[in-house]
Structures are given as structure tokens and as C-alpha cells.
Design a protein around this ligand. Structure first.
Ligand code: FES
Length: 159
């Protein structure tokens, strides 16, 4: 979905689902990101219009939280935990391996929009470090071999 009219329609549906409740702004933005994979500028403006909130305030909230992305993201979101426990268990090497395998840096999406790479601080599974969360799936005790295996599987599945 990328046409402006589609984005506006989807946004209106989501705002309606939350009954236009101004206190539900974060939940509205979460639902929009889930539906569109990111928060397009048009959606932020439409949210402001539909909820009676200044667009600048909507933008402020959208940029405050790391969980929100204002740029299109890949089909698969790879989150590398760089919290202390994962760091001491070798998260930097795992990050480096993902960067070299996907040819992207954190905050970037690869050319065919299959993968986006993000950094997170502790996902609450420290005992399993180093941890990587891909989409909603947790992968603990990551190794170089596991990175290749997981990426290979996702690429196969994506074809
Ligand atoms: S530091 Fe990585 S899960 Fe806690």
C-alpha cells in the first residue's frame, strides 16, 4: 500500500477503531505502523486531522519513540540487542556479521526491501544473549553460523 489515498483511508479506519481518543495516539501510531510497515508523512498528517491533534505534536511523538519508523522498512525487521548482557556475550560480532551479510548498517533497509537492521537495548532475554529478534521471533545464543542459517531461511521463504 503506497498510494496517498490508500494511506489516508487506512489511517482513518485505525483512528475510528480507537474512537478518535486523543490519549490513544501511541496505539494509533503502532497500528498504522503495523499496517503500513512504517509511518508515512501523509499518515501523520491524516492522524492529526482525524484526531484533532496538531500535526507537529503527532510528528513529535512519532520521532520520540525508537519503535516508530518514518521510512519504509523491509519485509523482515532484524533487531540486534546491544544491551549490556548481550554486549558482553559478543553482540558486536553478531551485528558485524548481519551488516556484512545484508550489506546494510543499523537504521537501513536493503535494496530489495527484504531486510531492515535495527539496534535495541535489552529485550528482556539477557540469559539467552546474544539475542536477535527477527520480526516477532527471538533468537538466543546467536552465532555466526546461526546468522547464515536464519538469513538463508528467510531469503528462501521470501522467494
Ligand atoms: S541485554 Fe540483550 S536481552 Fe538483555
Amino acid at each position: 500500500m503506497s498510494k496517498v489515498s490508500d494511506i489516508k483511508l487506512k489511517t482513518k479506519q485505525i483512528v475510528k477503531k480507537h474512537k478518535g481518543d486523543k490519549s490513544a495516539l501511541i496505539a494509533v501510531l503502532q497500528d498504522i505502523q503495523e499496517a503500513l510497515n512504517y509511518l508515512p508523512k501523509e499518515a501523520l498528517i491524516a492522524v492529526g486531522d482525524a484526531m484533532g491533534i496538531p500535526a507537529s505534536r503527532v510528528y513529535e511523538v512519532a520521532t520520540f519513540y525508537n519503535a516508530f519508523s518514518l521510512n519504509p522498512r523491509g519485509e523482515h525487521i532484524v533487531k540486534i540487542c546491544v544491551g549490556t548482557a548481550c554486549h558482553v556475550r559478543g553482540a558486536s560480532a553478531i551485528l558485524d556479521k548481519f551488516e556484512r551479510t545484508l550489506f546494510i548498517k543499523p537504521g537501513e533497509t536493503n535494496q530489495d526491501r527484504k531486510f531492515s537492521l535495527e539496534l535495541v537495548n535489552c529485550v528482556g532475554a539477557c540469559a539467552l544473549g546474544p539475542v536477535v529478534v527477527i520480526d516477532t521471533e527471538y533468537h538466543g545464543q546467536m552465532t555466526m553460523a546461526k546468522v547464515d542459517k536464519i538469513i538463508g531461511k528467510l531469503k528462501e521463504g521470501a522467494q
